[in-house]
Design a binder for this molecule. Sequence first.
Ligand code: F0G
Length: 451
Amino acid sequence: MNDNLHQLRCFGCGTRISGAEARPDFRCAECGDLFDVDYPGWGQRKGHDRPNPGALKWLWRERRCSSETLDHSGVWRFRELLPILDNFGNAVTLREGNTPLYSLPRAAKALGIDQLFAKHQGMNPSGSFKDTGMTAALSVARERGFQWVACASTGNTSAAMAAYAARAGMHSLVLIPEGKIAWGKLSQAMDYGAVTCQLKTDFDGCVRVLTQIVREAPIYLLNSVNPYRLEGQKTPAFEIAEYFDWTVPDHLIVPGGNLANSSALGKGFRELKELGLVSRMPRISVIQAVGANPLVRSLASSHGASLEPVEAHTRASAIRIGNPASWRKAARVIQETCGWCLDVTEAEIAIAKAELGAEGLGCEPASAVTLAGLKKLRAQRAVAGGETVVLVLTGHTLKDADYTIDFHRGTLLREEEVAGNEQQIKALERNAISVEPTPEAVLGVLKGKVS
Ligand code: F0G
């Protein structure tokens, strides 16, 4: 399975092209839909020619102890399942992936669930799950001889792209919606040397502008319409399956923005199943913010047959996206795995984020929709107590420290948003206290708390 015989297959009309034939905007020339990377050779192999699941599982685990740079990557460790490069020596890696899977005992107890875990993708080198996709697609850009790469972003893609481009000695162009991304993310793009343009529009507007640019200039597009991004982003599915000794959890819950990540994780589990490495796929559910919920609406109104873009509003700025590119792919994953798609309010997101913080993990607001969504699903009895559930936490808590501080100061949410949740929010708030610089004053604060 070391042959680079991948093709791109249109998700809409099934047209197949070679990787080199892809248009700069990665849209199908026939129908305008997106491509998936496909490996036709896998299906043709029969009998002894088929990959040996046991040998692959052993090899991937063994690589964790290897001294090879590529083996240290939680993406390239699984390179047999993403043969997208002619030469793996072209891979640009920051040792991404291999992220921790934490148990969440307090949330599990509160929800009456036996087994609840968080796959913390915020523990990647640039602090978000985007690194797994970026190592894959930027390596393809390098192999194809591009000097410039670009993305439109709500912040994390730009941070990841700028970091990997810097490592590869390539130039990067970032388009971000002015005033609408978290400082932590903006600071990363600057620090890693990207040309950062703030546009007076939203994320969807930035995508429109960038699509024009890549049609006119030799700049490689690294948004998630680029199907190689999803090849890297599917690898956490392999890590999760490996963690559970190749039995998959019952339920995976993923935040939904541009909807590539849920699509990629679904592809990862689907391929494991097709190759005989696992026996089934987990149920995959996607959670959006109420103010940025085009997929929830699409599934409710047309069973995912069409999608009406919305003007997106949510403080979870990473998923403030009204016209998600990969919505068809995500709808397919939800439907094939009998998953759920629902939305959560600003207060529900803020509370869930503080609860994850109180378990010592923390995450950025967009990641917390997963716990908020699980609480809703549990209340609706859509999740049984005996299920093993994994929440995918997509970004590090320090990405958006302003949000966290505003929450704990009680200035994040408006009165009408808090309504009905006052007690729960008060119990979670931990504002910093101004104290005189004496031991007595500090001990006074602890009075009644330390016994
Ligand atoms: N969580 C975080 C922290 C994100 O940054 C994003 C997307 C998502 C969830 C949603 O993932 O788009 O694959 O459904 N951030 C993008 C960006 C769009 O530009 O950084 P998705």
